[in-house]
Design a protein around this ligand. Structure first.
Ligand code: HPA
Length: 252
């Protein structure tokens, strides 16, 4: 049976209503994932949960072993994956604590292991990435919102930056000129790796703060934590609506 998984980001190291069945340490040819995979039941559906930054939130975005995470999930049968990513809001409608379902991505990261096809053993592989997120999964998330009414933003271009520092105001201006509406540090290479293994992947981006130069003054961790507490609660509501829908009608 194809499985559904959730990768939790900053502000979501566990799923409160998940009835945990077991934890599984998975070894991969690319090293260890961020932690054991948590198998459990959410709203009567079996799911797998993984905390991207580790269960104690100790792994920074540029050090996450994205390949091991995606490989491990694929190895246990995951074919549908919802990522939860904290982001900064660049444009007016990307207000703190709001949920956004990105439909495009621009990769500004560097030096990350970003492919499973590194050594060319399976030939030179160029995956199609025209539509970086699985449109069927995005549509399920949007349909779930139609029931719970969280007023999420149905499309946006996600700028994936290297971190771990936040951006300068000029960097955010540049991202906006490039057409980005939200900025985060974990969207890539995760989305591309999922595509390489043909996992249907979409993201619930949770706005943690106004991006640099868009709010008043400096970005503080207090603000981020407060907005994430609200936003992640909404992300849980959306997940609990979407997961049974996905189980009933899995993306093809
Ligand atoms: N920039 C990059 N990544 C982020 C931000 C931000 O402002 N907020 C949360 N993740």
């Amino acid at each position: 049976m194809d499985k559904i998984a959730i990768i939790g980001g900053t502000g979501m190291t566990s799923l409160r209503n998940l009835e945990i069945i077991r934890r599984e340490m998975v070894q991969t040819p690319f090293g260890e994932p961020s932690g054991p995979l948590t198998h459990g039941v959410l709203c009567d559906v079996e799911v797998v949960f993984l905390a991207r930054h580790g269960y104690g939130h100790t792994i920074p975005p540029h050090r996450v072993n994205y390949r091991a995470n995606i490989w491990a999930l694929h190895q246990v049968g995951v074919r549908t994956l919802i990522a939860v990513n904290a982001v900064g809001g660049i444009t007016d409608s990307m207000t703190p604590a709001r949920l956004v379902i990105p439909d495009q991505i621009i990769d500004y990261t560097w030096g990350r292991d970003n492919t499973f096809f590194e050594d060319g053993k399976s030939g030179v592989v160029h995956i199609d990435f025209t539509t970086p997120y699985c449109e069927q999964l995005r549509q399920v998330l949007l349909a779930a919102d139609a029931s719970v009414g969280l007023d999420l933003v149905p499309a946006a271009t996600y700028a994936a930056t290297q971190g771990p520092r936040l951006e300068s105001a000029a960097e955010i201006d540049r991202l906006e000129r490039d057409g980005c509406q939200v900025v985060g540090m974990t969207g890539m290479p995760e989305a591309a790796l999922a595509r390489e293994l043909e996992i249907c992947y979409a993201s619930i981006a949770v706005v943690a703060n106004w991006a640099a130069g868009r709010g008043e003054g400096a970005i503080t961790m207090e603000d981020i934590e407060q907005n994430l507490a609200e936003g992640m609660q909404n992300a849980r509501v959306l997940l609990e609506q979407a997961i049974p829908m996905l189980h009933a009608a899995p993306p093809a």
